[in-house]
Design a protein around this ligand. Structure first.
Ligand code: 4NP
Length: 154
């Protein structure tokens, strides 16, 4: 199973989601391919935002070595699931998808957290540190929900 997390810049939400899912998969002993990307090219080659790295370190997770990249059409062939942080990312990804099967791989990450009252992970870029902790909690719930779903027999 190959999973791609996507946000706008690939320096806040999606690298955090990648780090959280990597951590949880390792704890469960699951071998998944996990990556993240941005719909924009604003932060290609950049490390995750300092506040995202700090929020992850507070939880014992390290995403310092990740670097920003932009989503590309080949991602729709390589990955089984492409998980968007918000509705804008979802719409951009569906526009980029090369065909219907590819578009169907794209979902909102928070579909895996139906117990939460939100459908989108809010962009924390223009806010304070606390926004990153709130994003972390949402990502933790959704990534656990995703792994629970993958573990269920179909
Ligand atoms: P992200 O946050 O999409 O969660 O990585 C953002 C990072 C940078 C920008 C916007 C959102 N930006 O406009 O530079």
């Amino acid at each position: 199973m190959k999973i791609l997390m996507v946000c706008l810049g690939n320096i806040c939400r999606s690298p955090m989601a990648e780090g959280v899912l990597r951590h949880l998969a390792a704890v469960r002993g699951l071998e998944l391919t996990i990556d993240s990307a941005g719909t924009s090219n604003y932060h290609v080659g950049d490390a995750p935002d300092r506040r995202a790295r700090a929020a992850m370190k507070r939880k014992g997770m390290d995403i310092d070595s990740l670097r920003g990249r932009q989503v590309r059409v080949e991602d729709f062939h390589h990955f089984d699931r492409i998980l968007a942080m918000d509705a804008s990312n979802l719409a951009d990804l569906r526009d980029l998808a090369p065909d219907k099967a590819a578009a169907a791989k794209v979902r909102l990450l928070l579909e895996h957290a139906p117990q939460l009252p939100w459908r989108e992970v809010p962009d924390p870029y223009y806010g304070g540190e606390e926004g990153f902790d709130q994003v972390f909690d949402m990502l933790l719930t959704a990534c656990n929900g995703l792994l629970d779903e993958l573990a269920r027999p179909h």
